[in-house]
Structure formats: structure tokens, C-alpha cells
Design a protein around this ligand. Structure first.
Ligand code: CA
Length: 227
């Protein structure tokens, strides 16, 4: 069964699309804001993504651009409203596969979905995708890291930290958030521990660890991974 993610903030539209696609025998997941949508897109578990352009938090354009920067090649069909600049979609190398302008007919949408799916490689081929961050190529599924062709050793916790930051790419991530998500609340660690892990990660990832471009410090809060 092909798996489709719909990112759309208008509830009736989202529900209508979900019902119709499920009726057509697709498995459907949904997100109704940009932040959740981006996280799900970057998980890379879908055969196709229907992505609304105007979304709360992060726009569909940005999600699309970030996904491609992160080497997520899941086909994306943008849902645009009349009057939105389509030139942008096609001109700014966002990497969308197609777009459809609201209001559209279900029949037209299904035809686009089928056409895009026909052209795309299957999800199984994508599962072991490698993403590049700074000097490293990372495979989160296999817990592998390489610099050029040389394996680089990252601890399990280092992988978990970078994976969490990556899922929240371009967002500021609170230190406390990182601690509870990576270590769990039962561990007695301090923000200092988090900072030390980040220092070690920067040594491995950044071209110049003293001038980080991938894992940025957000003063008074935490960190932000930039794709
Ligand atoms: Ca919208």
C-alpha cells in the first residue's frame, strides 16, 4: 500500500483529502501545521507528500526546500491557492515534483498522484538514505557516519542528539527538550552534559568547530541545526 502524507492546515480540506485517498486505497497520515509536517517529511517514511504552501509555523515552500537539502527525495505535490506565485515553485528550485492549484477536482489530483508515483523510485529504495551534514554523511537507520569514505565513530547518544536536532532542523531546540528526549527524565544530567556532547559533535561535523555552521548556539536557549 502506498503511503501518503498530507500537510494541510484547513481542517475540512484535510479530512476530505484523507477520506478520498483512503477510499482509493492509499495509507494516509496527516499534519496540520508546518512544524509537525516538516518533522514527518524529514522522517522520510512516505511514498508521496501533498504539501499545502500556506501553513502555520513553517511554509510549504520552506519544508520542500529543507527536505531536498536533507536529501529527502520523496515526491512532493504542492497545494497552492490561486494568486500564490507559482513561478516561485518552478523557479526557485524548490524541488517539488508537481503542484496543483486550489480549488481542484479529486479526479485531477488522483491523476497527478498516479503520475508522480509512477516516476518515483519506491520507498524501500529510499529507506537507507544518507544525509549530509557538514563534513559527515550520516545514515540514521544504520547508525553509520562517514567523512568522505572513512568511517567516523559517533556514540549512540551523539547519533540520538543529531537525529533529534535534524528532525527539528531550522528550529531552536531547548536544552531541556534535548535532555528529556535523548536521555529521558530519569537521568540525572545537567545542561553542561548536553553542551559537552554538542562540543564533541561539532569536532566531528563542522568544517571549523570554532565557527559552527551546522549546529548553531541559540543563546539562553539551546541549539539549532541548519541544513
Ligand atoms: Ca493553508
Amino acid at each position: 500500500m502506498k503511503k501518503i502524507l498530507i500537510v494541510e492546515d484547513e481542517a475540512p480540506m484535510l479530512q476530505g483529502l484523507k477520506d478520498n485517498l483512503e477510499y482509493e486505497s492509499y495509507a494516509v497520515d496527516t499534519a496540520s501545521d508546518g512544524e509537525t509536517g516538516q518533522e514527518m517529511v524529514l522522517n522520510g517514511k512516505y511514498d508521496l507528500i501533498l504539501l499545502d504552501v500556506m501553513l502555520p509555523n513553517i511554509s510549504g515552500f520552506d519544508i520542500c526546500r529543507n527536505a531536498r537539502k536533507a536529501n529527502i527525495s520523496t515526491p512532493i505535490i504542492l497545494l497552492t491557492a490561486k494568486g500564490e506565485e507559482i513561478d516561485k515553485v518552478l523557479g526557485l528550485e524548490l524541488g517539488a515534483d508537481d503542484y496543483i492549484t486550489k480549488p481542484f477536482s479529486l479526479r485531477e489530483l488522483l491523476a497527478r498522484i498516479k503520475a508522480v508515483l509512477r516516476r518515483a523510485p519506491s520507498r524501500e529504495q529510499e529507506e537507507d538514505q544518507v544525509i549530509s551534514l557538514g563534513r559527515l554523511s550520516l545514515n540514521f537507520k544504520r547508525y553509520e557516519a562517514f567523512e568522505k569514505d572513512k568511517p567516523v565513530k559517533l556514540s549512540h547518544k551523539e547519533f540520538e542528539i543529531i537525529r533529534y536536532l535534524y528532525k527539528h532542523a531550522d528550529e531552536s531546540v531547548d536544552r531541556d527538550d534535548l535532555m528529556s528526549k535523548v536521555w529521558g527524565i530519569e537521568y540525572d544530567i545537567t545542561t553542561r552534559t548536553v553542551d559537552n556532547f554538542i562540543l564533541k559533535l561539532r569536532q566531528k561535523i563542522e568544517l571549523d568547530p570554532n565557527n559552527p555552521k551546522v549546529i548553531l548556539t541559540v543563546h539562553g536557549l539551546g541549539y539549532k541545526l541548519v541544513l
